[in-house]
Design a protein around this ligand. Structure first.
Ligand code: X2X
Length: 333
């Protein structure tokens, strides 16, 4: 009897599988690629947004997420989102600046004092200015930027106490002209590497140091290959949630509205996640062996000023963008 019941149950299942499928390919099948591990709030919240979009569009829009550089590094994903190979990508401002130079303006060294300044600028006129520039290269940027965080420096051989410790330091930076210029101005020896290569390049000592917000250091386990962390807060960095322009314009307005609302809402929640993480992440990293110090920003700022960094980047970004930045944070140079 047991066996017959088992067979019956099996037959029932087979019938169900053979029945006409209700699920079919969505009308709009989109791929979203990013560079972060699954456990980062950016992936947690974008997963929720994708579910919400599927539900609210009755399955017409299906977004499949490819985290952790599964589709290639930032440079690859940036060209894929331009060509339409993927529909969505979340590049850091530093990285999209290889295509849209003014997008790096939020990453000017030591510009933002706190998150109050960050969000009023990026949700206000400065963010609007950058989104306008992004649209000119045929990409759509959603209104709400997602948080990466204030970038901090980690090192392997010795702690970074002041700008003097940057001298000749082999430090990995993202693929970003501003990052390279800033660390050269600090007399370091920066190397641009894709995020997917950071762990191994520290492990094999191709570089001695790197710089990232604490939540990234945590989810990418960089504490396993670094000893010291200087709370330098040298750059505030965020992610632009962008879409291929053609795919975006091909979406009917009612679906655009559902997608925009879900993605922007998720971005605002993701900011809160990072804020909450910032309360606990240092203690966690300390317990995992990272030694922290908090250098004064003064020697770094002075070196950047004296080397002409601010003057040069004011010229590169242009007076309009620079005025918007200074309107948010005060005079820089
Ligand atoms: O590559 C990095 O360092 C990261 C993860 O912060 C960016 O996406 C810029």
């Amino acid at each position: 009897i047991g066996m017959a019941a088992g067979l019956a149950a099996g037959a029932g299942t087979a019938t169900l599988i053979g029945a006409p499928r209700i699920a079919r390919a969505a009308e709009f099948d989109f791929k979203y690629g990013n560079n972060l591990p699954l456990t980062h709030p950016l992936n947690v919240r974008s997963h929720e947004a994708a579910e919400r979009i599927r539900r609210e569009t009755n399955g017409r829009v299906d977004i499949q997420i490819f985290p952790n550089n599964q589709l290639g590094g930032d440079t690859d994903m940036l060209s894929q989102v331009r060509s339409g190979g993927i529909t969505f990508f979340t590049p850091s401002a530093l990285v999209i600046a290889t295509l849209v130079p003014v997008a790096a303006i939020n990453a000017v060294g030591f510009a933002f004092a706190d998150y109050g300044q960050v969000w009023s600028a990026m949700d206000g006129k400065l963010g609007e200015h950058v989104r306008g520039a992004i649209s000119k290269v045929g990409l759509h940027a959603f209104e709400k930027m997602w948080d990466n965080g204030f970038r901090q420096m980690t090192s392997g051989a010795k702690p970074i106490q002041s700008a003097a410790d940057m001298d000749g330091l082999k430090i990995r930076v993202p693929v970003s002209p501003l990052s390279i210029a800033m660390f050269k101005s600090l007399s370091a020896a920066p190397a641009s590497l894709q995020f997917s290569e950071v762990y191994s390049s520290l492990q094999t000592r191709i570089v001695d140091a790197q710089e990232n917000p604490l939540p990234i250091i945590q989810v990418a386990k960089l504490y396993e290959v670094q000893k010291y962390c200087a709370l330098s807060n040298h750059i505030w960095d965020g992610f632009w949630f962008i879409a291929n322009g053609r795919a975006w314009r091909g979406l009917p307005p009612d679906l655009q509205k559902i997608v925009s609302t879900a993605i922007n809402d998720a971005g605002v929640q993701q900011r809160e996640d990072i804020k909450a993480l910032n309360q606990s992440v240092q203690a966690d990293l300390q317990s995992k062996g990272l030694t922290f110090n908090q250098p004064s920003p003064d020697s770094f700022r002075a070196k950047l000023r004296d080397s002409g960094f601010y003057g040069e980047w004011k010229g590169r970004f242009g007076d309009e963008a620079w005025a918007l930045l200074e309107g948010a944070v005060g005079k820089l140079a």
